[in-house]
Design a protein around this ligand. Structure first.
Ligand SMILES: [Zn+2]
Length: 458
């Protein structure tokens, strides 16, 4: 799910202020109340951060091959997450609290510092991603690595320049803070606890015992129970290969779940708003990435890619307008969803595959937007999946694979088109998808109501 949507939904829930009673069940799970520990954020802290950063940067010089570069990239991603968490969550909290703690600090002044810290560190945040991508049909490991070696020098200079700007801003902030309050700023140190939920290893981070935190944990627990039952029935391999999970309350709003190689991140903020089925799908989807990377043979992956790309076809938006032009909305349209579910998923796919046209800037959301876009000479014919799985599955064959796993586990065989079910049986023979649901494009569609809440995920 894209971050803007997730953020809006989350904020809506917060506005509604649910008054759910504390659930003893979930609270027992995290038995110890985790009080936030405080750590001083001072020059020493920044020095340490800088030292870590420089050590990581030094690693670039000894990288010998593609695999090594990808491992380094993963370590940098983790460092960036911690940096983001520090600057964009914890420091924002500290600055936001200033006018409440000290009457001589105005809101405007606090806002000014917040903006300053964020702007000056933004370059570092942006540039921290290592200039290497995964291999694909066109780029072999060798090709990716040699491109990486070419790009590395420029990147190194850029990220170091950005880092100097960031340290300077953070030091400036610390010194202003001390001058203004005669104290050092304190930030919440992350606290975490390893728990066993329904037989799964889960690292719960920054649980604070609030009603919302309890509710999120309760729903996650239910989802795990459901996932276990459904995975056992559909694809026990998922449970055999099961990765530990992290449930981090300080996580931003970017994604509902994320595959991290050695573990899976599940976002508690997603469970504030999402159903047990939807969360079940997220867990299965992320485990799908794990199977894709570790259990599928190269041939199986290639075969799947061929099937996905080989089934792309043309969608003419003028036809959509001819047929549904009297409707108000182009995206999220209930009539199209009901009468033409395949078209509905293809339209949804446009938002994933061609985000720059359909979502960013002049978003095409209503039929009027679409009409205007076509009248102004916008591209009418687009390439979309002929046997769509979900909108998000249009992103690439790997995501398509994960979406199939997610849909089959969470919603059953009827939520996936029969052709796609037959493909998945070829690449993953262990999967138990009964043939009795038959063939023909209509079979999956009566259950389309399930797709309604299931499309769109990471
Ligand atoms: Zn994914």
């Amino acid at each position: 799910m894209d971050s803007a949507k997730l953020a809006t939904r989350y904020l809506e829930t917060r506005r509604r202020q649910p008054t759910t009673p504390m659930k003893a069940m979930a609270n027992k799970v995290v038995s110890r109340y985790l009080t936030a520990k405080k750590a001083p954020f001072n020059t020493e802290y920044i020095k340490l951060l800088r030292k870590e950063f420089l050590t990581l940067m030094k690693n670039a010089k000894v990288i010998k091959d593609y695999k090594h570069a990808m491992a380094w990239r993963e370590v940098m991603v983790h460092w960036r997450e911690r940096f983001d968490d520090l600057v964009y969550t914890r420091l924002v909290e500290v600055i936001g609290n200033l006018p409440l703690q000290y009457e001589w600090v105005s809101r405007d002044e606090a806002k000014k510092w917040e903006k300053y810290v964020q702007t000056e560190t933004w370059d570092l945040h942006i540039n921290l991603s290592i200039p290497i991508s995964r291999t694909d049909d066109y780029w072999s490991e060798g090709a990716r690595f040699s491109q990486f070696q070419t790009d590395l020098k420029k990147w190194d200079g850029r990220v170091r320049r950005a880092s100097r700007k960031a340290w300077k801003a953070l030091e400036g902030f610390v010194s202003w803070y001390r001058h203004t309050t005669s104290h050092e700023p304190f930030i919440d140190a992350p606290s975490s606890e390893q728990v066993n939920l329904e037989g799964f290893q889960v690292l719960v981070k920054d649980y604070n015992g609030s009603d919302m935190a309890v509710e999120a944990l309760g729903r996650f627990k239910q989802s795990l129970k459901n996932y276990k039952k459904r995975a056992q029935a559909v694809l026990p391999l998922l449970l055999q290969q099961q990765l530990p999970m992290a449930f981090d309350y300080k996580k931003g709003l970017s994604t509902a779940g994320e595959y991290r190689g050695r573990y899976i991140d599940i976002n508690p903020k997603a469970s504030y708003t999402e159903s047990v089925d939807k969360m079940t799908k997220t867990i299965a989807h992320e485990m799908g990435h794990h199977l894709w990377r570790t259990s599928l043979s190269g041939e199986a992956r290639q075969f799947w890619e061929k099937l996905i790309y080989g089934n792309y076809g043309k969608l003419d938006l003028r036809d959509v307008l001819k047929r549904y032009g009297s409707e108000r909305s182009f995206s999220d349209n209930d009539r199209i969803r009901r009468e033409d579910p395949i078209l509905y998923l293809q339209i949804d796919g446009l938002y994933t595959s061609y985000k720059h046209v359909f979502l960013d800037g002049g978003a095409i959301l209503s039929m009027d937007d679409l009409r205007e876009y076509l009248e102004e000479g916008g591209q009418a014919i687009w390439s979309v999946h002929g046997k769509p799985i979900t909108g998000y599955a249009h992103k690439n064959p790997e995501e398509a694979f994960c979406e199939v796993i997610g849909m089959l586990v969470a919603y059953g065989p009827r939520a996936v088109l029969p052709e796609v079910r037959s493909w998945i049986r070829v690449v993953l023979p262990q999967i138990k998808v009964a043939k009795k649901y038959g063939y023909g494009p209509q079979t999956a569609l009566p259950e389309f109501r399930y797709l309604k809440e299931a499309h769109g995920d990471c």
